[in-house]
Design a protein around this ligand. Structure first.
Ligand SMILES: Nc1ncnc2c1ncn2[C@@H]1O[C@H](COP(=O)(O)OP(=O)(O)OP(=O)(O)O)[C@@H](O)[C@H]1O
Length: 435
């Protein structure tokens, strides 16, 4: 089972009292997992109003759709997974249609259920792997500023390990409070506001109850705001006001795709918030710029998934590492992690080999590998313009339409890239849609 539970790990389980699920949850809790239990969706909502939860698991026989609808009404952003023991397939389908992110069939053995719940409620590993000089510089700096409460911004492309580093800073800081995360990218601003600031009873139409915001809940701990460059201007203002209050009592770490200062002149980001948050800025390099780290990361990620999700722990052979090093990784370490998760399942031999490496759409990495011998000779006879166009389109395709990653690989600005693509489109040449 893989669930991206961002930074929080507290698991809320909704299951009938006396049922197998509840008994297993008690066992998982006794073994040290952070599991909160509720008998009914209503009781679960009450818990959510007062405490942050990273993941909700709900018995598929409960009213999943009704529960998810109420979560939306109250603007909660939390993944909901339906689960059941020998449940009929229609219930699972209905749960997904009702808004559950996934359905997880649980084993019938109570010990096994307890183990599955314990995994879901285990904090993600904070081991940070890599030894490229630019990466080490970032890690050393993070270690140096971890103690205390200096505001930190972590700048890097998606999947470069920004959340992992934020958590590592929190752990190294020794702060006793919780580590809580708020996601800005792809989350409606009303939802982000509710997550950050909570609301009082009656503030939301049709919702008589109030709810605690993460700003209050993070007291004594760390609040991690992911992709803060996507935060709406009004919310930036509210956040800045809250931060000016001396009693805030939490450390704010943010991640963004670019240096916040560069967004100030265009009016996309508040100057005061950018300045405050840039007290310490850590730049995480994209994976393609530290391809040497793949030799360390690939086996680490394969072993981690094998241990968490089950599967044999196999080494990664040298040819596979070479093939991985040849790919541009638009999704960075997260994408590599996903490739290794599939490889753990696919591998049959003594080691993970090239044939076990598959992209998200099922394309084998071997099939798209750059022919090593083609070289410049193969280009003789073609015009520079023609070769440039082919290179741009192919790189864009490999980056699945992501303009920023493709232009980074090509060493041109996003603006130049967009201009070129516009010219291609005008000439009737098909261009991969923006990711
Ligand atoms: N240097 C690293 N060592 C070990 N694991 C890593 C490293 N960098 C990233 N990971 C793993 O890769 C995955 C993605 O990392 P993370 O969530 O921190 O990325 P991110 O930059 O916050 O991106 P996004 O916002 O898209 O999630 C996580 O599972 C994380 O544990």
């Amino acid at each position: 089972m893989h669930v991206d539970i961002t930074a929080e790990t507290r698991l809320l389980l909704i299951g009938m009292p006396g049922g197998e699920l509840r008994l297993a949850a008690t066992m998982a809790r006794e073994a040290g997992a952070e599991v909160i239990m509720a008998d009914q969706p209503d009781a679960a909502l009450n818990i959510l109003r007062g405490a942050s939860v990273g993941l909700v698991m709900i018995d598929v026989m409960a009213d999943v759709a009704g529960f998810v609808a109420q979560l939306r009404r109250e603007r909660f952003v939390v993944p909901v997974i339906a689960c059941g023991i020998d449940a009929p397939a229609e219930r699972a389908v209905a749960a997904i249609r009702g808004g559950a992110r996934d359905y997880v069939p649980l084993p019938s053995d109570r010990m096994m259920i307890a183990a599955a719940l314990a995994i879901a409620a285990t904090p993600p590993a904070t081991r940070v792997v890599g030894n490229h000089p630019a990466f080490l510089k970032a890690i050393d700096y993070a270690g140096a500023i971890a103690p205390g409460s200096l505001p930190v911004s972590i700048v890097g492309e998606t999947g470069t390990g920004r959340a992992l580093l934020a958590r590592a800073i929190h752990v190294a800081s020794g702060r006793s409070g919780p580590f809580l995360a708020v996601e800005c990218n792809g989350t409606a601003s009303v939802m982000v506001e509710a997550e950050l600031f909570g609301h009082r009873p009656g503030d939301l139409a049709g919702v008589p109850t109030g709810r605690l915001g993460k700003l209050d809940e993070a007291r004594g701990g760390t609040l991690f705001v992911r992709d803060i460059d996507r935060l709406a201007p009004e919310t930036q203002g509210r956040l800045m006001l809250a931060l000016m209050d001396d009693r805030a009592g939490f450390r704010l770490i943010v991640s963004s795709a670019c240096d916040l200062a560069t967004l100030v002149p265009t009016g996309d980001f508040r100057a005061d918030l950018a300045a405050r948050q840039s007290t310490a800025r850590i730049d995480l390099p994209p994976l393609r710029d530290r391809a040497g780290d793949i030799a360390l990361l690939a086996p680490h990620l394969a072993e981690r998934t094998a241990r968490i999700e089950g599967g044999a722990v196999r080494p990664v052979d040298a040819a596979a590492v070479a093939l991985l090093g040849d790919y541009p990784w638009p999704g960075n370490v997260r994408e590599l992690e996903d490739v290794m998760r599939r490889a753990v399942i696919l591998a049959r031999g003594p080691a993970i080999g090239r044939e076990d490496l598959v992209l998200v759409d099922g394309t084998r990495m071997l099939a798209i590998a750059r022919p090593q011998e083609a070289g410049v000779d193969g280009l003789v006879g073609r015009t520079v313009e023609d070769v440039e166009r082919a290179l741009i389109l192919r790189t864009l395709e490999r980056c699945r339409g992501n303009r920023t990653s493709a232009s980074g690989i090509l060493g041109i600005s996003v603006r130049t890239m967009r201009n070129k693509l516009r010219i291609f489109v005008e000439a009737g040449i098909p261009v991969a849609p923006a990711a």
